[in-house]
Write a new protein. Structure first.
Length: 279
């Protein structure tokens, strides 16, 4: 292993650790959800679980969406993303989304499930597997991010679904994440950690000068090949008031080896185990 490869492996281990911690949180909280729990209570459960394990900063605070809010039905302004008093009911789909920072490393994950089973969301989750494969293959081909986004759109249309990540600010399917300077006290603004926002803003300024963006969107500013770094990717499908997504880190490098030029940070995640037929 070269020095550079060793440094990359050491760096990625910290991001893998916090991503696994976030997914462990999602599974633990999902197991505690019962009828009558509100989105706000589910978000608080995520915060408390992670804080008990040492998390003190966030890229963004935890979200929880229940029922048709998993498909962002009638979402028009950013404030609608924040947790509400919507109560969970039997058979109702839910999504838990959190972005903790731990030891300076950032994760941003999305976990989809339902209370007692939901056949529509199960189908959505199964069909997300093709999107994970498409995104990886296209990134390795160094196709422009905007084109990959459009290919994801076309795949969703063939599957009969609506693109719900387009409802996110700037319509992003992904954004870059990086190391964050640790502080004793880490404030947040509108649910986003100020240190992480500073890092994203610095990336945006740097990228603007060099012709790339830290946001992976359907717009012209994303019309460039994948930029080396870590990308939190979240394809989000919607169908008749039900939504499902995964979110995890995609690693992009400048290697000429296709398999090393882009790869998912971790394949031992709940949705990947699901597709492999594991529990």
């Amino acid at each position: 292993m070269t020095t550079a490869a060793g440094e990359l492996a050491a760096e990625l281990s910290g991001f893998r650790k916090v991503q696994r911690l976030a997914y462990e949180c999602a599974e633990a909280v999902a197991a505690q959800l019962v009828p009558g729990v509100t989105e706000r209570e589910a978000a608080r459960m995520q915060r408390e679980w992670l804080r008990e394990r040492g998390v003190r900063d966030w890229f963004h605070l935890p979200f929880a969406w229940f029922g048709d809010r998993t498909a962002f039905v009638n979402f028009r302004v950013p404030l609608q993303f924040f947790p509400t008093n919507r109560r969970l009911e039997p058979g109702m789909p839910f999504i838990l989304d959190m972005a903790p920072v731990y030891d300076g490393c950032t994760a941003d994950i999305g976990y989809s499930g339902s209370l007692g089973g939901n056949a529509v969301q199960d189908r959505l989750l199964d069909d997300l597997a093709a999107h994970r494969e498409l995104i990886l293959d296209s990134t390795r081909e160094r196709r422009p991010l905007r084109e990959i986004y459009e290919d994801v759109d076309r795949l969703m249309a063939r599957q009969g679904y609506a693109n719900r990540h387009r409802a996110y600010p700037f319509g992003v399917i992904a954004h870059k994440v990086d190391r964050v300077k640790e502080r004793r006290w880490s404030p947040h603004v509108f649910g986003f950690g100020t240190q992480s926002l500073k890092g994203l803003a610095a990336d945006a300024l740097h990228g603007h000068r060099e012709g790339w963006s830290p946001l992976w969107s359907p717009y012209r500013f994303s019309d460039h090949p994948p930029q080396p770094g870590l990308w939190a990717v979240e394809p989000h499908l919607g169908f008749r008031g039900t939504g499902a997504k995964f979110e995890e880190i995609l690693v992009v490098t400048d290697s000429r080896d296709p398999e090393q030029s882009a790869f998912w940070l971790d394949d031992d995640l709940p949705h990947v185990r699901r597709w492999a037929g594991e529990k």
